[in-house]
Design a protein around this ligand. Structure first.
Ligand code: ZN
Length: 178
């Protein structure tokens, strides 16, 4: 499977079929095309359950890559690129950007809520159920659910989330893939 960002790239299974003497027909079958959208956001988090320096409230400039895959339709596209990109960016900006991501058991949650400060509570806010703490792994899982939910709402046939990568620093990243 190949990936596409801004340019189309396709990986295909090719089969050649001999026809009438020297004439050959090349057919493409069962191609899967992956499209990737990227976004970044600024957000604080902390992981008090891990101890060490992750206990402290600190910020990262997070980078997200969400890849969806399917078979391009007759119109030559897998998904409406603009729609998918807009949805993900708006969801991230509204819910995570310039806020704090905290675990549902974090004692800072009531204080931030009382101060009317933006906070996304892992394990409580939709669709983070079962994800108790804002680790980079759980941020990747969260955004894969957001992407999958949008694909489901649009009903693009055969299109699925194939990979979500989240980077919290240049050296720390998590990837969820199927
Ligand atoms: Zn961190």
């Amino acid at each position: 499977m190949a990936e596409r960002t801004d340019e189309l790239a396709r990986d295909a299974t090719w089969c050649e079929e001999e026809r009438e003497g020297d004439c050959r027909e090349i057919r493409q079958t069962a191609a899967t095309t992956a499209v990737t959208v990227r976004h970044n956001f600024e957000s604080a988090h902390r992981l008090p359950q891990l101890g060490g320096k992750c206990h402290n409230l600190h910020g990262h400039s997070w980078w997200v890559e969400a890849t969806v895959a399917g078979e391009a339709g007759a119109d030559g596209i897998v998904v409406e690129f603009h729609d998918l990109k807009s949805y993900l960016r708006e969801w991230i900006d509204e819910n995570l950007d310039h806020g704090a991501m905290l675990g549902s058991e974090d004692e800072l949650v009531p204080a931030l809520n009382a101060a009317n400060s933006k906070v996304f509570v892992f394990g409580k806010a939709d669709p983070s159920f079962g994800l108790s703490w804002p680790t980079v792994e759980n941020v990747a899982e969260l955004l894969s659910r957001v992407t999958a939910g949008y694909l489901q709402s649009r009903g693009w046939p055969g299109v699925r989330v194939s990979r979500v990568v989240v980077r919290e620093t240049h050296v720390n990243a998590a990837e969820v893939s199927w």
